[in-house]
Write a protein that binds this ligand. Structure first.
Ligand SMILES: [Zn+2]
Length: 129
């Protein structure tokens, strides 16, 4: 996907959430507690709830984005830049591109991405690890 198409497609946090939700549902959501695959989507809380045990699965849980407070848009943009240009970006450069104030969270994001992205593509990075 070209950068312009990417920007058009993922123009908001909501667009990223929608993509992540659809991608994960296509794969099938499985409860990490009981293994049940019947999940109800809770639109207010933006997470799935297990039909059997009530365990919640968030959009990010099990993915590389788990535990991060950064917007999905940051992750999607970083992943796109990394996978489409095949270049390495320093955390400082990524911070500049994203226009984020603090260095530390961006560094952490890049560190996590580097740990998974070696053999991955955009779609596989977004998948559950
Ligand atoms: Zn369950």
């Amino acid at each position: 996907m070209k950068l312009l198409d990417f920007a058009k497609h993922f123009d908001s946090e909501e667009a990223c959430e929608k993509y992540l939700k659809e991608t994960r549902e296509k794969e099938g959501i499985k409860c990490s507690r009981c293994g049940c695959e019947k999940q109800y989507w809770n639109r207010c809380h933006k997470r799935w709830m297990c039909a059997k045990c009530g365990h919640e699965t968030t959009l990010r849980s099990g993915t590389v984005m788990h535990g991060s407070n950064l917007p999905l848009l940051y992750w999607f943009t970083a992943i796109h830049l990394l996978t489409s240009t095949k270049k390495t970006f320093s955390a400082a450069e990524m911070q500049r591109q994203l226009g984020h104030k603090r260095y530390q969270p961006i560094w952490e994001m890049m560190h996590k991405l580097r740990s998974v992205w070696a053999s991955a593509t955009q779609s596989t990075i977004l998948k559950v690890q």
